[in-house]
Unconditional design. Sequence first.
Length: 529
Amino acid sequence: MAEKQTNISESRGDSTKELYSSPWVRSPTTAQLTDVAKELGFHLEGEELKVFHTMIKGNIDMINSTESIVEPQLPTRYPRLPGYRPDSKENPYNAWYWKCEIRGATSGGKLAGKRVAIKDNIAVAGVPMMNGCHALEGYTPDFDATVVTRILDAGGIINGKTICENLISSGGSSSAAKGPVRNPHDNTRSSGGSSSGSAVVVKIGEADMAIGSDQGGSVRLPSAWSGIVGIKPTFGLVPYTGAMGMDAAIDHLGPMARTVEDCALLLEVIAGYDGGMDPRQQPNITVPEYTKELENANINGLKIGILEEGFTASNADQEVNTLLRDVISKLADMGGDIQETSIPLHLKGPAIWQCTAEGNYENMVKLGGNGTGHTGYYPTSFAIALGKMFSSRPDDLPDTMKLVMLQSEYLKQNYMSQVYNRGRNLVFTLRQAYDDALKTVDVLALPTIPFTATKLLAKGATMQDYFKNCFAMTRNTIGFNVTGHPVLSVNAGFLHGLPVGLMLVGRHHDELTLFKVAQAIEKVRDSFQ
């Protein structure tokens, strides 16, 4: 017969008393509740205030009763040591935030022996994570993001966390708390952002592949300026579970690699439904074997539309435009059907994204980075870490985040979210404009960035220079984050020793066609060298 288990109070002969414990959530004092009521515009006093106070206390007692229930956690399947922060001799481009070696499944797999770097806004259990911001330094997640688990399950090796821009809020590579990430082609220039470190470690061969995140171009921009391949997949194709984002409506994770084939291989591993953990996803996601489909692939009969508005920026470098048009024209020799395409609304993509920027503030600052109202997984430690950061160290936030906070709070107070609502509704119009064009062509082609890598910010740069360095390169990329189309950047050649990225846009869930055209671009480019 099993022995009867006793609790502490029974063993001491006192079964009627509960032991003291500090409450998880404290009930408000009457004074605190009065202040909250005033902030909300309520005029409460006397018995009325007392009743509200009593009701709230009872609700908080119920909340506290859940503290003993163990919270579900994302899995951490493979042992690891925490690693270390490399010195400048080991890290000459400042691309690594943290180095480690976490080995995955030993029974083989699609990524067996491949070294994969992880952007530092993506959780790796036991490895420090600061998302590029001093105010978050000291936070270490205790779970692996889903993409990390999938890489390890496929036999990959996680060999470090890469520097990213401060709170992933810049397209340059000058704002990271640990310093700028230098371009491997010219260390006085930007490597693009915000997944700057991921692009550089791949380019210099210190990782075979990397994961980046993309809210406005952050996979494609550094891929273009570092000279590698990066894809922002169709919205929801890759689970975002366990990564710090901006707004769940624009968050994407994507693979980065030196070749189209390796980029396709990594996407093949990380894509697919996450069992309802990520609200960005729909069930029944089909993931093709991209690498098998690319064997002996060709572009015979594929219609490639040169997007006119992608070449018309006032800051466009005409040498970039000429190089890209020349490369695209060579696809006709490989069976491609090249056409001119116009989508006037493309020019409004940045403005429509800007209408929705209020969501970044709401999600990151007000809601712990996890949002509300969805049925997916909420990493509680993100909310704790971000809550402490925004409340205790606001002066340590980057100017890009201060800009978002100031603008968004003003709009909320004066326009009650109507700007965000209108922006989200305009997304349908922008998406339809691209979809209509993609009924007549298979792929849209345009510059990833209409100029080559700019100089890194010098000490003492003006705030105007800072903001230009953060945002000027996003004109062609940012609209596709709200529409969710798959978009790939591939190196199309070099100007004065600096890489030029060609951006390819496809129909939703048609990454395979992008890979086929990008592979053809690789062949054209290599024939020039």
